[in-house]
Design a protein around this ligand. Structure first.
Ligand code: ACO
Length: 321
């Protein structure tokens, strides 16, 4: 079989502090009932003063290394998907490189908002297929609590903080496992539906997340449904072949719409949005880590990952674990 990438390590990290809907409702004009009914979210983890994209990403990476029985010196590349880096530069990836004691190889960040993990996974797979790397650490790490407008009930109730990591490893064996296909998209005409207002290049702006929730919702359901058709037909598979949906965790109603399109029962969909809320690029690797460690997803099963986020960007990855 041609050179391909196996998923061999999984790790996750969530900050200690849990903020419930009830706590938010004590500070904002919202309610536990509204948030649960519209989003499926009950609570989220929020970073403490010392938690950063680097510290959380390094912890998730260390856990993925220990799952795989590897050390930092076995890794060639670190890719970090984040919209909330500690600094404009150097990249969070090189900060994590130093943190975990990796002194060779290289690292860089990928900026695709909530789709970032799928974009990073596709990039890692390409680096392996083109013989530029044998093992790649792919990390999503986000502290959206620091870019939220905590007085805007339309956005601040939706997000949480955390980090997730996977390790991809080159294989030439004929086992039909690993990343089978990835598909990436963006449409910059839709950039104003979901964005951060300012950054280091525009310091006069607020630096807070802004969103047209209803429009993003509509695009997410439409684009993710057609992405599912795209990935299945590219691999010559049908929806009956899918064992698990591990979606980006934005809103339970978006996840249910995609699961319906796949005719997947609820117990074949990995859900963390109820406890983590939307952790952006961290949400898929956090969900994968949970479902692999608790024994739900087993070796040989076919997993569909999908995400949509600011850009708009969206993508899918199909992998046989
Ligand atoms: N509590 C109470 N009421 C609220 C809240 C809140 N937290 N937020 C909004 N409302 C009100 C609105 O003001 C509005 O009131 P009005 O009718 O008096 O004007 C009413 O609720 C309905 O608002 P809508 O925006 O129409 O509510 P909707 O059912 O669309 O749900 C939501 C809003 C949850 C944001 C939904 O549109 C959504 O999930 N969109 C996707 C956005 C998303 O997930 N973004 C994350 C990044 S992108 C991604 O990851 C896919």
């Amino acid at each position: 079989m041609a050179r391909h990438s196996l998923l061999v390590g999984f790790g996750g990290f969530l900050p200690d502090r849990v903020v419930t809907n009830v706590e938010l409702a004590s500070q904002l004009d919202t309610s536990d009932e509204w948030i649960r009914a519209r989003t499926g979210i009950a609570c989220r983890h929020v970073a403490g003063p010392h938690d950063t994209a680097t510290s959380m990403g390094a912890e998730a990476a260390s856990r993925a290394l220990s799952y795989a029985g590897l050390s930092a010196s076995d890794i060639d590349v670190i890719l970090v998907a984040t919209a909330t880096p500690d600094q404009a530069f150097p990249a969070t990836a090189v900060r994590i490189q130093a943190e975990i004691g990796m002194i060779s190889g290289f690292g860089y960040d990928i900026s695709s908002a909530c789709s970032g993990f799928v974009f990073a996974l596709a990039t890692a797979d390409s680096l392996i297929r083109s013989h530029q790397a044998n093992r790649v650490l792919v990390i999503g790490s986000e502290v959206y609590s620091r870019i939220l407008d905590w007085s805007d009930r339309g956005t601040c109730v939706l997000f949480g903080d955390g980090a997730g990591a996977v390790i991809l490893e080159a294989s030439e064996s004929d086992d039909h496992r690993g990343i089978l296909s990835t598909h990436l998209h963006s449409d910059g005409r839709l950039r104003d539906l979901l964005y951060v207002d300012g950054a280091v290049g525009q310091p006069e702006k607020s630096g807070k997340l802004r969103m047209s929730g209803r429009d993003v919702f509509r695009h997410a359901v439409e684009k993710l449904s057609s992405s599912v058709d795209e990935v299945l037909s590219s691999c010559g598979l049908t929806r009956d072949h899918i064992d698990w949906l591990v979606p980006h965790q934005a809103n339970i109603r978006i996840i249910e719409a995609v699961a319906k399109k796949l005719a997947l029962p609820a117990d074949r969909v990995v859900i963390t949005v109820d406890r983590h809320a939307n952790t952006s690029a961290a949400s898929i690797p956090l969900a994968l880590d949970e479902a692999v460690r608790d024994g739900r997803i087993r070796q040989g099963e076919l997993v569909l990952m999908e995400a949509l986020g600011g850009g708009l960007t969206w993508g899918t990855a199909l992998a046989r674990l």
